[in-house]
Design a protein around this ligand. Sequence first.
Ligand SMILES: NC(=O)c1ccc[n+]([C@@H]2O[C@H](COP(=O)([O-])OP(=O)(O)OC[C@H]3O[C@@H](n4cnc5c(N)ncnc54)[C@H](O)[C@@H]3O)[C@@H](O)[C@H]2O)c1
Length: 452
Amino acid sequence: MSNAGKRYVQVGLGGRHSMFRNAIFNDYREQAELVALCDHNPGRVAHAQKQTEDDFQCRLPGYDAADFDRMIAEVKPDCVIVTTMDSTHHQYLCRAMELGCDTITEKPMTTDEDKCRQILETQARTGRKCTVTFNYRYAPPRTQIKDLLMSGVIGNVLSVDFHWMLNLHHGADYFRRWHRNKRNSGGLMVHKATHHFDLVNWWLGTVPERVYASGHRRFYTPQTAERYGLTSRAERCYQCPEAGGCRFHLDLAAAESMRHLYLECEKHDGYFRDRCVFSKDIDIEDSMNVVVDYRGGAKLTYSLNAFCAWEGYIVTFNGTAGRLEHKCQESVYINADGSVPGMLNKEGTWTRVFPNWRPAYEVELWTGSGGHGGADPVMLDYIFAPERQSADPYLRAADQRAGAWSILTGIAANHAMRRRQPVVIDELLPGVEPPDYPAMPVASQPLTMPPA
Ligand SMILES: NC(=O)c1ccc[n+]([C@@H]2O[C@H](COP(=O)([O-])OP(=O)(O)OC[C@H]3O[C@@H](n4cnc5c(N)ncnc54)[C@H](O)[C@@H]3O)[C@@H](O)[C@H]2O)c1
């Protein structure tokens, strides 16, 4: 049993639940206590209760989502951890803050500008904390990029090219699950790119102003399935006649974690986690291109493709004193299949600096271990044991302001794709306060030029 640290409850007991639960029971017993579990699927409540009992000999009370207020009244948590489907985060964040609790939410903070406004207004009115878990900032090679940019090694960044590749394994998974519909996830522009746009905001220490976007879905379509000869496919993988010949087939019954979490819980809410990736009911893009103008003048060119041959990204920064290139290749995984997500492939990951008029060099990479390239353990330490940490020079802990700015680019991109016009963020949601960022190299500093 945990001792009496800060009291937490968690709402949303799917794939992302166990990272928080295991951290509290294994590593933060002195600082934190998990006191209740909540979900709208009674099967997943029972499963999480059983796991907690088996693994940690602790029987936690379980609550249906409809009894959220009663849970708060009965177990009196200090903080609510929200790991539900993206479009529902705001309900629990706002209600928890109204009831006097601090909150921690998984990214994306929410999926559209109205829900975002609701969260910002509730936080301002109640004064409660709203922490957004941007684990990507904490991955050692990505923190290192921040360190290099802060050091001024390439001067002031004027433009960024950022290209993110989801491979056929991980990328396809978004087209099977609830993420496949914009009403649930905001599409990959919000659900996935919130990580990437947050990184750019934080790396540059600024916020976006105007967004141009274009996107389409041309790979995860019935036409592609036909081209592969998958003509007798079912609406889901389970018992699909094409199972034997389809590289996208997901066998929910085969992986124990997925069987318990999803297959055995379908009877309660009718949610299928293995819907056909080529279904006509999908309404998110699989290929997106975005240009962003930032406050202060920097520009970003960004792309996200969900059907690539390898997983990872390439980001390059062009500055007044040089260029920085970073490539990161990640391991393959499927959410909640028991593997560690987003591990770096070290051979495929490097950072190079090209100073103006001087030889280029490769920097020795900062590394770590654990989920999302070593990011998850560092982030959990900042969340659950901040007193153990020295002051963070990179200001990685993110609140609702960073949560909002990270999704506003994607939300604006969704509008821009629909309207076929650029979208000004201040017109979408006026007056959002910028986050606190560390000081960056000053733009008015004199530049040096070696003799010709
Ligand atoms: N930071 C990361 O790298 C990362 C990785 C994976 C997931 N996530 C985020 O974590 C969250 C959960 O994702 P997941 O992969 O665990 O999804 P999941 O589908 O496995 O689990 C979602 C859970 O929320 C529950 N739920 C859905 N709607 C609800 C509602 N209205 N009320 C109560 N419960 C509800 C479902 O029953 C399910 O148990 C999402 O916001 C996702 O974006 C973040």
